[in-house]
Write a protein that binds this ligand. Structure first.
Ligand SMILES: N[C@@H](CCC(=O)N[C@@H](CS)C(=O)NCC(=O)O)C(=O)O
Length: 193
């Protein structure tokens, strides 16, 4: 039994998308930042950092977007969200997700100019590829999409500023699971800073 604690539009959107991509049954547990539910003792007992996402796997706690995406992809190998039988490609997915979590995610906190420069790095890293690694969507693309989705909605980059990330965003938005996740989260309401 899986349960996902998530706050609409936040980092937890990435595992939320993955759960829908994989068609897995899960208990959706929305958290309201506005009502500070992530700081309530009951939630802190599960995730002492008070952050989302948290995935419960038969009651066991798994935190961090990258780890949850990895778990879901490895648990459902037929879906191909992680390259199979290619250690180097698998390592490239880990490399992308480490870059996204450690460099891209915190970039906006350091100001808009720094964030634009960091998304410039992601733009160059993506290059002319359709997907972050190999020739099909992986968990790295889901992770990248959620960060850029948030950045473009908050900062509204000029048309043509990040053409490859925009094309990647549109490619992701064409997927029913992504559109469905966005619709579910929008209906709950965004409470992001
Ligand atoms: N390194 C964590 C970051 C998670 C994170 O920063 N979550 C934010 C939302 S995007 C959060 O829960 N913030 C609430 C808080 O810090 O009070 C991950 O990748 O899962």
């Amino acid at each position: 039994m899986l349960a996902l604690y998530f706050a609409p539009g936040s980092s937890s959107m990435a595992p939320h998308i993955a759960l829908h991509e994989l068609g897995l049954a899960f208990d959706a547990r929305p958290i309201s930042f506005a009502r500070k539910q992530n700081r309530e003792p009951a939630y802190l007992a599960i995730n002492p950092e008070g952050k989302v996402p948290t995935l419960l796997i038969d009651g066991r706690v798994l935190t961090e977007v990258a780890a949850i995406l990895f778990y879901l992809a490895r648990r459902n190998p037929a879906a191909g969200l992680l390259p199979a039988g290619d250690i180097e490609a698998e390592a490239q997915v880990v490399s992308w997700m480490s870059f996204i979590a450690a460099t891209v995610h915190p970039a906006r906190r350091q100001g808009e100019a720094h964030a634009r420069a960091t998304y410039g790095l992601a733009e160059r890293r993506l290059g002319e590829r359709r997907w972050a690694v190999g020739d099909r969507m992986s968990i790295a693309d889901i992770h990248l999409f959620r960060l850029y989705w948030r950045f473009r909605n908050a900062v509204r980059p000029a048309p043509g500023e990040f053409p490859r990330l925009e094309a990647h965003h549109d490619r992701m938005m064409a997927r029913p699971a992504v559109r469905h996740t966005c619709a579910v989260e929008a209906a709950l309401g965004y409470e992001l800073p």
